[in-house]
Design a protein around this ligand. Structure first.
Ligand SMILES: Nc1ncnc2c1ncn2[C@@H]1O[C@H](COP(=O)(O)OP(=O)(O)OP(=O)(O)O)[C@@H](O)[C@H]1O
Length: 216
């Protein structure tokens, strides 16, 4: 599945962004299926805005976002739900866990949304062990540290099918060892699905073998 942007420009940031050179804003860019894409940008230049446009939860832009050669507004509600359940997964910068649920319930909610859950219970346990969060699975998510929440949000995003994974500063609160573990798991899960990802972050990093780098 191909994601394409054509002359995409956030309306509220237009004046500010037109003063800088960007590899993304106001450009034509095609994200090829299965590619590992890094988008680097200083704070405040629109990483979160871009991820929200690509996931189609924010619409205050000019230009076009095409998914499988169709602009987002051409998708009806059911088609959009299918895209988000089966084709595009996301790790938001603000994570968006349900605070009234436990960590495990947050993951399972996603896992059982489809008639046949994509991941087995054993697989969830395995991912939790790899990211050192087994001991917090039964805890209310509002009592978790931000780094623990971040790892739960990563597992939740990986427990559904997808062809693209969108990630907005996914390791911002993780130490080096947990970042290494999380990146290895994400790369493995993407490869297993022949999926690609688009990751935004502030700095250069060596967490993945990226296929392409952009400056926002
Ligand atoms: N709905 C909005 N209306 C107007 N301005 C907005 C809106 N949302 C965000 N902004 C502004 O747009 C700019 C980019 O915001 P965004 O959150 O996308 O940046 P970011 O690159 O993700 O930043 P950070 O690295 O700090 O998370 C900021 O200056 C922000 O204040």
């Amino acid at each position: 599945m191909q994601i394409q942007i054509q002359h995409l420009m956030p309306i509220p940031l237009k004046d500010k962004l037109l003063q800088r050179t960007s590899g993304i804003w106001n450009q034509d860019v095609t994200f090829s299926p299965g590619s590992f894409v890094k988008i680097k940008a200083p704070s405040g230049t629109g990483k979160t805005t871009l991820v929200h446009y690509l996931y189609h939860i924010r619409y205050d832009y000019t230009g076009t976002v095409l998914v499988d050669n169709r602009p987002w507004p051409a998708y009806n509600k059911n088609e959009l739900a299918t895209m988000r359940q089966q084709h595009i997964s996301v790790i938001f910068q603000d994570l968006r866990l349900f605070e009234q649920l436990t960590a495990a319930e947050n993951i399972h909610l996603k896992r059982v949304m489809l008639p046949n859950p994509h991941c087995s219970e054993d697989k969830i346990q395995d991912m939790a062990a790899r990211l050192n969060v087994t001991h917090v699975l039964q805890q209310s998510s509002k009592t978790l540290s931000y780094g623990e929440r971040q790892r739960i949000a990563i597992i939740r995003a990986l427990s559904q099918p997808f062809q693209w994974l969108l990630m907005d500063e996914p390791f911002s609160h993780l130490d080096e060892e947990n970042t290494r573990r999380a990146a290895a798991l994400i790369a493995e899960e993407c490869k297993a699905r022949n999926a690609g990802f688009i990751l935004t972050d502030l700095d250069n990093d060596q967490h993945f073998s990226y296929d392409v780098h952009y400056q926002l």
